[in-house]
Design a protein around this ligand. Structure first.
Ligand SMILES: Cc1cc2nc3c(=O)[nH]c(=O)nc-3n(C[C@H](O)[C@H](O)[C@H](O)COP(=O)(O)OP(=O)(O)OC[C@H]3O[C@@H](n4cnc5c(N)ncnc54)[C@H](O)[C@@H]3O)c2cc1C
Length: 407
């Protein structure tokens, strides 16, 4: 049975992170939105020291099934990330940790690889991990990856271009991090030929070609990475190097999304809640109290809109907690992860836009953060699978169609 009450540990963690979000992140929010490509290193280092090893996405299904070690790791993460994103989503995405790269290692790596590649995130100076799937010619259709990995005696040689890689700059050039690069070892094998490779920071042949200027989450870097005869050790392939008839390698991409989609959903909910909280405060100052107990016919439009915003976020939160809880239990959660992401991605875009609308000039002005939250919101409906792609996945899973049958 799902128990929707949070443990004392999670409640305490939420209160602590909320304090950080309110007292540390909010004051930096506008500044690092405007100073895109600059980082509040003092704060990021403080967060690294405080949270080493804590902000890691992705569980180990086998471990969860066997030992229940990870009993509430993902739910805890979802709750924490909602708070951090309530503070500032771009800053949250910039916090040094294994990030999406870590999630990919957890999803596709062996136990030995998890230990070897993720140990660096527990010690020393701040480090970032990143994951590169998207290419100039492929995003939603990740099976169409063209970056190649060719074996040359005891090395893999990578060639190709990856775009929109979150924390790519910090992982490659500014820390001793790594990027997980998805590439094909055999184009004729289709999905079965797609494997993940760990490319260490500063590896010759890997360059940051550009850093994007973006609409939202501007405190987070998003890089284009070019691989030209980039040589990495043979043991840096995640999982088995064998190309079997199965799509085992590609399943690693999908398993990564199972872990990361609820996290993106949690971030979306945090941004949406920020907008709702701000709106409530303004309404209260103007003497408008939301009357939850009067019949719908007696409600004002503002009250009705406000309740709808809250209800949408709460529905998204419940889906997110369910998808996260399933992961913690070692259950297959692809359907639920996509449901959470699709609902939260849409809810946050609608909620933040409505907040700007209801607040009028107060919402539109750069004096307040509401317009920024509206800009930060949209990415949650794009990365880790767009709204349309997640709806497709949901339909396929419910109707029992393969990706070939419904695309
Ligand atoms: C700020 C930011 C950070 C990112 N971070 C990362 C990262 O760290 N790593 C990484 O690998 N990628 C990252 N991405 C890339 C992101 O995951 C892709 O942009 C996203 O998956 C969409 O792919 P695309 O850009 O190729 O769009 P397309 O696939 O070309 O889609 C364009 C439009 O067509 C729609 N569409 C596509 N196929 C279908 C279909 N079959 N049916 C219906 N509609 C369809 C899409 O929903 C979308 O609306 C990031 C992107 C951004 C903007």
């Amino acid at each position: 049975m799902i128990d929707f009450s949070l443990s004392t540990d999670i409640i305490n963690a939420r209160a602590m992170v909320h304090m950080v979000a309110e007292t540390d992140m909010r004051p930096l929010s506008r500044e690092y939105d405007e100073r895109e490509h600059e980082k509040p290193m003092e704060w990021l280092t403080m967060m690294w020291n405080a949270s080493k090893g804590l902000v890691s996405i992705g569980g180990d299904r086998k471990e969860a099934r066997g030992e229940r070690k990870a009993a509430e790791k993902q739910v805890r993460m979802a709750v924490i990330i909602e708070e951090l994103s309530w503070g500032d989503a771009g800053l949250y995405l910039s916090i040094p940790n294994a990030g999406l790269g870590g999630a990919a290692v957890m999803a596709a790596g062996t136990q030995e690889q998890k230990e070897r590649f993720l140990a660096r995130f527990r010690d020393g100076a701040p480090k970032w991990g990143a994951m590169a799937i998207t290419e100039p010619g492929c995003g939603s259709d990740s099976a169409a990856i063209t970056t190649t990995a060719v074996r040359d005696s005891d090395q893999w040689v990578l060639n190709g271009t990856k775009i929109f890689c979150t924390s790519g700059l910090m992982a490659v050039e500014k820390s001793e991090g790594f990027v997980v690069v998805w590439a094909t070892v055999d184009k004729t094998a289709g999905r079965a030929g797609i494997k993940a490779f760990i490319v260490d920071h500063h590896t010759p042949g890997m360059t940051v070609a550009k850093v994007e200027n973006k609409m939202g989450i501007r405190a987070s870097d998003t890089a284009m990475l070019v691989f030209e005869d980039c040589r990495i050790p043979i043991e840096n392939i995640l999982g088995s190097p064998e190309v079997q008839q199965s799509t085992e390698g590609f399943k690693g991409v999908m398993a990564t999304f199972d872990a990361t989609r609820p996290i993106v959903a949690a971030s979306a909910i945090g941004i949406g809640r920020a907008a709702v909280d701000f709106l409530r405060e303004v309404l209260q100052k103007e003497g408008v109290t939301i009357r939850y107990h009067v019949p719908p016919t007696k409600l004002t439009t503002v009250e009705r809109d406000f309740m709808e915003m809250e209800a949408n976020l709460q529905a998204a939160r419940l889906l997110t907690w369910r998808a996260s809880w399933m992961m913690d239990q070692g259950l297959q959660n692809s359907l639920e992860a996509s449901m959470a992401k699709a609902k939260a991605g849409l809810a946050v875009t609608q909620v933040t836009q409505k907040a700007v609308e209801l607040l009028g000039p107060l919402g539109y002005s750069r004096k307040n953060l509401v317009e920024k939250w509206m800009r930060d919101a949209k990415i949650n409906d794009i990365f880790e699978g767009t709204q349309q792609i997640n709806l497709l996945i949901i339909a396929r899973r419910i109707l029992g169609y393969s990706s070939k049958e419904l695309s």
